[in-house]
Each structure stands twice: as C-alpha cells, then as structure tokens.
Design a protein around this ligand. Structure first.
Ligand code: SAH
Ligand code: SF4
Length: 398
C-alpha cells in the first residue's frame, strides 16, 4: 500500500481541538460577538469597527418564522401576518430588497430596510464548466470572508451544494477545504442565503439541496438545523425534507443529535476507509470517533429514523481501493440499510492518484457480490475545481 503522508495535500494538519473557535486574522471577524437577543441566536451581533463605534448588523435570513412574527408585533407594532408577507417575498418570490415588497406600507418597508443588512450574500465570481455545465459561485460575506457553492445539472435536475463553514477544522488529508484551514461557522442566514441567491441567479427554483460544500455541518449544528427548518417551513421556502441531504465526516454527537431532532432529511456519511489505522491517517476526526463508535451511531440513527443511510466512499489508487478493503467495508455494512456511493478522488494535490475505472468497478463488484448496494458516481465540475473536496477557503477578505 502506498504510504499516506499524515500532513496530506497542504500539510495544514488537523485541528481537532478548538473546533468552534474563530481564528481569522481579520480584526472584524476576530472580535465578532453574538449578543443576547430576544429574537434568537446569531440574529444580531456587533462588530468592532477600528475607526470607532460599533456596527450593528441584523440579518433577515437568520430569523425563523416565529421570530419574524415577534419582530413584526413587538418591535414594529405591526400585525403578525406581515411576517407571512415578508417571508413570501423573500423565500418564494426571491425579492431581496424591502423597497420591492409592494404590499407593505412605505413606513414598514423603511423600518425593515433600516433593521437589516443585505439579505443574501453578494456573488463576486462565477465559473461554469465547459464539460458538464456545473456552476461554481464565490460569495462575499458581510465581514469580507467568502464561501463557495456549486450548482450541479444532471438529467434535467438541479442540485445546489452549499457550504456550512468558512474552511473546515477537520483537516482531511485528501480535501482542499480541510487543508485550507478554518475561519468560522456560517450563520443560519449565510447558509440559506447561498441557496436563495442561487435560485435568484437561475431565475427558477432549485429542487435538491446537499450540505456538502465547505465545512462540517455537524460542527455548526445550531445554524445548520435552523437553516433546514427555515427551508422546510411552509411559509418560508417550503422545500421538502427528502430533497435535502447532509454529509458528515463522522461527528458522532451530530449523528445522534440529527436522529433526535429528526427533521426528515437524508444522511450521508463519508467513510473512505473501513479500518481505523488508515482512516486515522486520512481523516484525523477518526481518532476522536473511531469506526466502531461511528457505525454504532449510524445504527442508532437508523433505528430512530428508519432511514437508509448513504455511505460515501472515495477511492484513491493504492490507498483504499483493494478487494480486501472492499470486503472489510462490506462486513461493516452488514445488517445496515445503506447505499454506497463510490467516487474517485478529485485532484487537489499530488499526494494521491485517481484509480482506474476498472479498479473502481472491481471494488463495486465486491460490495455487490456481498449484498451491498453500490453505485459509481461520475464526478462533475472538476475542470473548474468545483467537484467534491476541491472547494477551498480564500485568504481573508476579498
Ligand atoms: N464535511 C462533510 C461534507 C463536506 S465534504 C464531509 O466530509 O462529509 C463533501 C464530500 O466530499 C465528502 O464525502 C468528502 O469526503 C468528499 N471529498 C473531500 N475531498 C475529496 C476529494 N479530493 N475528492 C473526492 N471527494 C472528496
Ligand atoms: Fe472537512 Fe469534509 Fe473536507 Fe474533511 S472532507 S476536511 S470534513 S470538508
């Protein structure tokens, strides 16, 4: 077996400690503070302004429906049904400026515009794949940080792949995001904002959403779950739960918390190695949550939700693509309702190599012969670095 350098692509190393901390060098981000606020978490916060004073910002997409009703009634002295109207404009009609909400009084439009900053993130760059039409957008956030999202087109279906963190603290050795370091979590509104802005850009609704962009969703559980609830809410985006999939690198408490909350979305788990020794080196998170604990959590999840779980297995030549590794994976999956998606590693550095098609097919055959459902997924957007694992954090403010 080819040796795997523990530093991986960029040798940024793993940050298993201090996962929640903001570590940006930018003075605005590093002093970011969430204020206690009657309208919910992360709904409002102050930024230290080096030129003096405090900039107060609130973000419309950070509110859930009840928070909108409370805001209308208690802060603006308006009837609570105004919340239905405002959410209808934003989520269903994709109107992102309060001036355009023509069934609200001019006074209410003015109050709302004064209360909130920009509703969706600003797109600063878009690239479109010549090969398969995949689109990658770079969004600028209010503090100058940025994230990427991808729109995948396949068989007439559109799927948005969005980010949950700026960078990622888990440092998987094969992943450009992990190797680019971690800055901060996204708020609920910053997560949802990528999706709504993509719909506006496409001038149509996007029916499938995967939380598989930059970051580990289960290290940002509060914002992630709130985003799912807002997207599902019938008075907000009204997106079916079955149209959403979250992927985790194996954060056990997150899998259990999702089982508990049971929002009805689909779960995918990135496995990539069926033995601890190898997985420890590829995915440092495995040292914290080894495979036995991870599979126990997946089984608990399945007992609670009854759902089939997707298993993501990315193949790297000579590292994790042998017949015997396929057999070990099949053993681990015995008795679990699962579906294995096999992907070839997408180039992010020169530490690994893609396996041949034959080798991938051979791996699939071993699984299938042992009664495990498995499919080879064709990668998309590789020519514009938009494929899985190729999104990377940009340095600081853009
Ligand atoms: N952090 C989560 C979700 C984002 S990554 C997770 O790890 O599951 C989305 C998927 O891309 C994961 O399955 C991840 O393992 C995979 N991935 C990362 N780097 C990759 C690469 N270079 N080639 C192919 N897939 C990759
Ligand atoms: Fe983070 Fe997922 Fe990349 Fe691992 S694969 S570094 S968890 S984004």
């Amino acid at each position: 077996m080819k040796p795997v350098r523990s530093g991986g692509c960029g040798a940024a190393g793993a940050h298993l400690h201090g996962m929640q901390g903001a570590r940006g060098s930018n003075p605005l981000t590093s002093t970011r503070k969430t204020e206690a606020c009657p309208f919910g978490q992360a709904f409002s916060f102050s930024l230290y302004n080096p030129t003096g004073g405090v900039i107060r910002m609130r973000f419309a997409l950070d509110l859930d429906f009840e928070e909108w009703r409370t805001l209308c009634r208690e802060e603006w002295g308006e009837a609570p049904f105004r919340a239905d109207q405002i959410c209808g404009w934003i989520y269903a009609r994709r109107v992102f400026a309060f001036e355009g909400m023509t069934n609200l009084s001019l006074d209410l439009r003015r109050k709302a515009a004064e209360t909130f900053g920009e509703i969706v993130p600003r797109e600063v760059k878009r690239e479109i794949s010549r090969k398969d039409g995949t689109e990658k957008s770079l969004w600028s956030l209010h503090d100058g940080q940025s994230v990427e999202s991808v729109l995948l087109l396949q068989d007439g279906r559109r799927t948005a792949c969005i980010s949950t963190q700026v960078g990622c603290p888990l440092g998987c050795t094969f992943c450009a995001t992990g190797q680019s370091g971690f800055v901060r979590n996204l708020s609920c509104g910053e997560i949802v904002g990528q999706f709504l802005a993509m719909e506006k850009q496409q001038e149509t609704s996007i029916d499938n959403l995967v939380f598989m962009g930059m970051g580990e969703p289960f290290l940002n559980m509060g914002a992630f779950l709130k985003a799912v609830e807002n997207l599902k809410h019938p008075k907000m985006r009204n997106l079916g739960a079955r149209r959403m999939t979250v992927s985790t690198a194996g954060i056990v408490p997150g899998i259990l918390a999702l089982a508990e909350a049971n929002p009805g979305i689909r779960l995918a788990v990135s496995i990539h190695a069926a033995e601890d020794e190898l997985r420890d080196r590829l995915m440092p998170v495995n040292r914290r949550y080894p495979l036995s604990e991870l599979f126990a959590a997946i089984r608990t999840y399945q007992e609670k939700t009854g759902d089939r779980v997707s298993i993501e297995y990315m193949l790297m030549e000579g590292v994790n693509d042998s017949r015997s590794q396929a057999m070990i994976l099949a053993d681990r999956l015995k008795g679990l309702k699962s579906y294995v998606n096999l992907i070839s590693w997408n180039a992010t550095c020169d530490s690994f190599r893609k396996p041949s098609r034959e080798r991938v097919e051979q791996f699939r055959q071993v699984l299938v012969s042992r009664g495990i459902e498995a499919e080879v997924r064709r990668e998309r957007g590789e020519d514009i670095a938009a494929a899985c694992g190729q999104l990377r954090k940009r340095e600081g403010r853009i």
